[in-house]
Design a protein around this ligand. Structure first.
Ligand SMILES: Cc1cc2nc3c(=O)[nH]c(=O)nc-3n(C[C@H](O)[C@H](O)[C@H](O)COP(=O)(O)O)c2cc1C
Length: 177
């Protein structure tokens, strides 16, 4: 089966991103179309982009880049589980994208955004041009408004729009790999 990597974009202590990603990964396991791997940018622990050459050349100088390249190379599809910070996407996600190029090319991605009233929509809209630059194929978005209201005892209590949004995104990913 194709490998879907669910990427936790938030790296801050106390984040809800990991909880949201665990919910989406469980939905993906239930979908039966993928093998699923959770990739947590807090654990990947990349520094600010520090490669001398353009990633297109894949002449990586640092072990952290080679490890990140190996991780993303094995992915066939992605879900970016991303917060909205100051009406935009978070810096750790942009940094992680910028480290690579070929490894992202032609693979489908769904965006699972969350925040307050906007449900991460502004962040997801701003990320879309970035995806085109690394030739990721955007297929779906799942907005989650008022995410903190949905977290109970460390897990996400999904509502119907979230469940149907996740199912639609997973179908779109499966149809695009
Ligand atoms: C620096 C910062 C900026 C934020 N800006 C927004 C925002 O523009 N829109 C929004 O809906 N929520 C915003 N929030 C609230 C976040 O959606 C909320 O804190 C969420 O938990 C962040 O995701 P995380 O916990 O996974 O890091 C912001 C939070 C932080 C820390």
């Amino acid at each position: 089966m194709p490998l879907l990597q669910v990427i936790v974009a938030s790296t801050r202590p106390g984040r809800v991103g990991r909880t949201v990603a665990e919910w989406f990964a469980a939905e993906a396991e239930g979908h039966d179309g993928f093998d699923v791997e959770l990739v947590d940018l807090a654990e990947v622990d990349l520094p600010l982009f520090d490669e001398p050459e353009h990633p297109r050349l894949q002449q990586y100088e640092h072990d952290h880049t080679r490890r990140w390249s190996e991780t993303i190379s094995r992915g066939d599809a992605f879900a970016f589980v991303m917060p909205e910070y100051n009406f935009g996407y978070n810096a750790a996600l942009k940094n992680a994208i910028d480290f690579l190029w070929t490894e992202w090319n032609d693979k489908p991605v769904a965006l699972v955004g969350y925040g307050g009233v906007s449900g991460g929509l502004r962040a997801m809209q701003l990320l879309k041009p970035v995806l085109t630059a690394v030739k990721l194929r955007y297929v779906a978005e799942v907005p989650i408004p008022f995410v903190h209201d949905r977290v109970q005892d460390g897990s996400l209590e999904a509502n119907d729009p979230m469940r149907s949004g996740a199912a639609g995104a997973l179908d779109a990913l499966a149809g695009a790999v």
